[in-house]
Write a protein that binds this ligand. Structure first.
Ligand code: CMP
Length: 152
């Protein structure tokens, strides 16, 4: 089992797309094991996007991500990091394939609705940034035997 950090970004919240986006993860059979709404501060943004802080687009990215609340969640499932990135689609909504969240709902590179960790290492770092271990509610879904075979 793998875990990943997902953020429903301010454009997702403002556009009332939270339910539709969450449904895609639930429909896939992924397990939501932590969920909360929060306001990202400039300090948290700089930690989260540490690899982008020096890039020309960072000031706009920080203004965007701190501009309205986000919903943070931890998803759990087999190969969850890659599976969730595939469900999101390419970074730019203009390039993302139809059928992906960004391909279906976004026409922007910055306002691409959802963030998801890009590796298990990033996931571990980002989960720690957004959640205290006491906020994680791991559980065994009763549906598991209907979502995958026992040896998968
Ligand atoms: P995300 O997956 O959260 O990771 C970094 C974010 O920076 C990305 O989604 C976009 O919101 C934003 N981003 C990436 N590249 C650019 C760019 N060239 N111009 C503006 N924003 C970008």
């Amino acid at each position: 089992m793998e875990r990943t950090l997902v953020l429903l970004k301010p454009d997702c919240v403002q556009r009332r797309l939270m339910g539709q986006v969450l449904s895609r993860f639930e429909n896939k059979g992924l397990n939501v094991i932590a969920l909360k709404m929060l306001q990202v501060t400039p300090e948290l943004s700089k930690k989260h996007y540490a690899e982008h802080v020096e890039k020309p687009f960072y000031p706009g990215l920080e203004a965007f991500i701190t501009g309205a609340p986000v919903v943070a969640m931890i998803l759990e499932g087999l190969e969850c990091v890659r599976v969730v990135r595939d469900i999101l689609g390419a970074t730019s909504g203009l390039k993302a394939a139809a059928g992906t969240i960004r391909g279906d709902f976004s026409s922007s590179r910055q306002m691409n609705l959802v963030h998801a960790s890009d590796s298990p290492e990033s996931a571990a770092r980002e989960i720690e940034l957004y959640f205290d271990s006491s906020e994680i509610c791991a559980y065994e879904p009763t549906l598991t035997p209907w979502l995958k075979a026992g040896d998968e």
